[in-house]
Write a protein that binds this ligand. Structure first.
Ligand code: NAD
Length: 475
C-alpha cells in the first residue's frame, strides 16, 4: 500500500479578488457600457467576480486610446526606452509571481505546481527576452530600420491565460506597437491583474488596453477599422471566421489554432522516460494544450509493455484541488469544455475503442474528468481526428518509421509532434518528414521564449516566440 499524501494547499490569502472589475482603457479601469458576466472557479463553481463585458463603443474607446498612445508616445520612444518598461514589467511579474500563480489556478483550475513552476516563470521570461530585442530590431532580419505596424488587436484563449497574454503583448510592445487585448471569458482575472502591473510599471496610458468579454467583443475588435494587426490564439473554427472578416483589408494576421499532435515511440526508446513524456504530453494542464500529444503512436513490438507501464504511471496521478501542491491534474476549465470531453469520449467508446481510466475519486462540485486512455484506436475514429482538449489519450500502433510518419501526418492540423528513440539519425529523419511546427525529441511540451512556435495547415500561420515572433509585429 503506497503512503497517502496529506493535503498541502497553497494559501489564497495572497490574492485580493475584487467583487467587480471594469475595463482597462487608457491606463485606467473604467465601467463598460455593456453588460457584465461572472467568472467562476471551475474547481468549486464559486463565483469569483463580476466582470464588465465590452460592447462596440468600449472596443472603439480602447482602440482610440491605443492609437493615441501609439502616435504620441510609444512609436516615438527609442527601443532602449521601451525596453526599460518591459524589463520593469518582467521584474514585477517575478516579484508578484506567487500572487499571479494562485490567481491563475483559482480562475483557470490548473494545478498550482504548473502555474507556479511553468506558466508564470515563462511569462516573466518572455518579457525579459523581448525587452532584450527592443533596441536591437535592426538585427531581426527585417531590414536596417524596421517599423512597427501600429495598433494590434489580440485575442487569447483560456488554457494559458497569462502565458498567452505574454506571447502576444511582449513582442508587440518591444517592436513599438500598442495593443488592445481580449482575454477569454472564463479566465479574465490574471489579465486584469496584469493591467494593474502596467499601472505599477508606469507604462504610458493606452499602450496596453485590456477589454473583457466573449466572442461578440472579440468580433468587434477584429472588425474595428482602427487596428492594423490581429493576433489570435484559439480554435480553428474561430480562426477561420477571423480570416474571413479581415479578408480584403490590409490588416496583418497571425493565427495560432488547434492541434492533434502525434507522440511517436519507437521500440528502442527508453520506455520509462517515454512514459513520463507521454504523461506530460497529454495530462499537463488537464490536456487543455493546443500542442498536447493527444495521439500516442507506439511501435507494435513494444506496445504491450509500454501500455502496462503507462497504466501503472497513470494510477499514481492525483486529481483534485488545483491549489494543493501535490495535485497533478486540476479542474476542467468550464462546464462546456467538460461536456465536449464527455461527448467525444462517449463517441470513442461507441466507435469501438477500448476505454480505460485508473480508479480515482473525483470531487463532487466543480468540473472534473479522470485521466483516460483509449486503445485499439484507428485513424478513422473521431477521437483520433478531432481535438478533444482534455486529459484523453488515443493510442494507435505502427510497424515501420514510414507508417509512423504517414499516420502522424494524417491530420488537418500540424502544430507539434514528439519522437522517442535512441537514434539521433532517426530523430532528424523523422523531424524532416513530420508536418508540424515543433518537433520534440525525447521530451515533450518544452517551451522557451527564444524558440518559435506555430503551426502547419489548419493549426494556423505566423510564429510566436524567438526572433521569428518579431516578424509578426514589424512592417
Ligand atoms: P475559442 O476560439 O472558442 O476562443 C478563443 C478566444 O476567441 C476567446 O477569447 C473567445 O472569447 C474569442 N472568440 C470567440 N469567438 C470569437 C469570434 N467570432 N471572433 C473573435 N473572437 C472570438 O477557443 P477556446 O475554446 O477558448 O480555446 C481552445 C482552442 O484554442 C483550442 O482549439 C486550442 O487548440 C487553441 N489554442 C491554440 C494555441 C496555439 O498556440 N496554437 C494555444 C492555446 C490554445
Amino acid at each position: 500500500m503506497p503512503f497517502e499524501y496529506a493535503p498541502a494547499p497553497e494559501s489564497r490569502s495572497i490574492v485580493d479578488i475584487k467583487a467587480s472589475y471594469g475595463l482597462f482603457i487608457d491606463g485606467e479601469f473604467v465601467d463598460g457600457h455593456g453588460k457584465s458576466f461572472k467568472t467562476i472557479s471551475p474547481s468549486t463553481e464559486e463565483v469569483l467576480a463580476e466582470v464588465a463585458e465590452a460592447d462596440e463603443a468600449d472596443v472603439d474607446a480602447a482602440v482610440k486610446a491605443a492609437r493615441k498612445a501609439y502616435d504620441k508616445v510609444w512609436s516615438k520612444l527609442p527601443g532602449r526606452e521601451r525596453a526599460k518598461y518591459l524589463y520593469r514589467i518582467a521584474r514585477i511579474i517575478q516579484e508578484r509571481s506567487r500572487e499571479l500563480a494562485v490567481l491563475e489556478s483559482i480562475d483557470n483550475g490548473k494545478p498550482i505546481k504548473e502555474s507556479r513552476d511553468v506558466d508564470i516563470p515563462i511569462v516573466a521570461a518572455h518579457f525579459f527576452y523581448y525587452a532584450g530585442w527592443a533596441d536591437k530590431l535592426e538585427y531581426a532580419g527585417r531590414g536596417t530600420d524596421p517599423q512597427p505596424l501600429g495598433v494590434a488587436g489580440q485575442i487569447i484563449p483560456w488554457n494559458f491565460p497569462l502565458l498567452m497574454l505574454a506571447w502576444k503583448i511582449a513582442p508587440a510592445l518591444a517592436c513599438g506597437n500598442t495593443v488592445v487585448l481580449k482575454p477569454a471569458e472564463t479566465t479574465p482575472l490574471t489579465a486584469l491583474l496584469f493591467a494593474e502591473i502596467c499601472q505599477q510599471a508606469d507604462l504610458p496610458p493606452g499602450v496596453v488596453n485590456i477589454i473583457t468579454g466573449a466572442g461578440g467583443t472579440g468580433q468587434a475588435l477584429v472588425a474595428h477599422r482602427g487596428i492594423d494587426k490581429v493576433a489570435f490564439t484559439g480554435s480553428t473554427e474561430v480562426g477561420k471566421a477571423i480570416a474571413r472578416t479581415v479578408a480584403g483589408t490590409d490588416k496583418k494576421v497571425t493565427l495560432e489554432l488547434g492541434g492533434k499532435a502525434a507522440n511517436i515511440v519507437f521500440d528502442d526508446a527508453p520506455l520509462d522516460q517515454a512514459v513520463e513524456g507521454i504523461v506530460t504530453g497529454i495530462f499537463f494542464n488537464q490536456g487543455h494544450v493546443c500542442c498536447a500529444g493527444s495521439r500516442l503512436l507506439v511501435q507494435e513490438s513494444v506496445a504491450e509493455e509500454l501500455l502496462a507501464r503507462l497504466k501503472r504511471r497513470m494510477s499514481t496521478l492525483r486529481v483534485g484541488d488545483p491549489l494543493d501542491k501535490n495535485t497533478d491534474i486540476g479542474a476542467i476549465n468550464s462546464a462546456e469544455q467538460l461536456a465536449r470531453i464527455r461527448e467525444l469520449s462517449a463517441i470513442g467508446e461507441a466507435e469501438g475503442a477500448g476505454r480505460w481510466s485508473p480508479e480515482c475519486e473525483l470531487p463532487t462540485t466543480g468540473f472534473w474528468f479522470p485521466p483516460t486512455l483509449f486503445t485499439d484506436v484507428t485513424q478513422a475514429h473521431r477521437i483520433a481526428r478531432e481535438e478533444i482538449f482534455g486529459p484523453v489519450l488515443s493510442v494507435l500502433t505502427f510497424r515501420t518509421p514510414s507508417e509512423a510518419v504517414e499516420k502522424a501526418n494524417n491530420t488537418p492540423y500540424g502544430l507539434s509532434a514528439g519522437v522517442w528513440t535512441e537514434k539521433g539519425s532517426r530523430i532528424l529523419s523523422m523531424a524532416n518528414q513530420l508536418r508540424a511546427g515543433v518537433v520534440w525529441a525525447n521530451t515533450f511540451n518544452k517551451f522557451d521564449p527564444t524558440s518559435p512556435f506555430g503551426g502547419f495547415k489548419e493549426s494556423g500561420y505566423g510564429r510566436e516566440g524567438g526572433r521569428h515572433g518579431l516578424e509578426a509585429y514589424l512592417k
